[in-house]
Design a protein around this ligand. Sequence first.
Ligand SMILES: [Zn+2]
Length: 224
Amino acid sequence: MNLVLLGPPGCGKGTQAKMLFEKYDLMHISTGETFRELLKTDKLDNPADDPGAKEVKKYIDKGLFVPDDIVMKVVSNRLDREDCIKNGFLLDGFPRNLFQAKFLDKHLAQKDRKIYNVVSLELSDETIIARLSSRLICPSCGANYNLISQHPKADKKCDSCGKKLVQRKDDTVEVVKRRLDIYKNETFPLIKYYTTKHLLVKINAENNVEEVFKDICNAINNKI
Ligand SMILES: [Zn+2]
C-alpha cells in the first residue's frame, strides 16, 4: 500500500504519519529525511552513483530551495529501493505541488506501481492559528509545550529545567497566517488533481489524535 499524507502546519501530521507507518509497516519517506540521509552517504564522493546527491548538496549548502526536478530525482530513487517496493511507502509532506504529483505518478506507473490513497487532514484556520500560536518552547533544553494541549505544570515555566518558556519566532499569528496561505496555494491544485483521480480521502483533523487515526484507518480499509 502506498500512501500520501497531506495537511497544513499544526494538523498533527507527524504524529499520524508515525502511527500509520507503524500500523501498516510502511516505509516513511519525507524529503527532509531523504536529503539528510543522502548527504550522509559517501555517495557524495562519487556522484556518478547518485547524480542527485551532489546537486542537492549544492543547494542546501547555499541555503537555497532544492528545485523540483532534483527533488523528484532524489525521491524517486529512494522509492525504487527494495524496502519501499516490498513494504509500500507513506509520503509525508510530498508531493508539494502538481508538477511533483504528476512526475510521481508517471514514475510509479512505469513500474506498475501506484498511489492507493491520498489522505488530506482538514481543519479550520481558527484551530490551526489557535494551536500554533499557543506553542511554547524552553530556550534552555528545547522541550515543547502547548497552552491548549500540553500545559506546563508551573505558569509558563519548563517542567524539567524551570526556565521561562518562550514562543518561537515562526509561531506568531501573522507568521502562521502567512504559512497557511502558502500551504493553501500549493495544495489546492493537488487536492483537485487527486480528487479527479478518486484517490483523495478527507479526514476531519479537529478531533483528538486517536479519533483522527481511527478515521484514517477506516477510510483506508474501506477503499482497499
Ligand atoms: Zn527546559
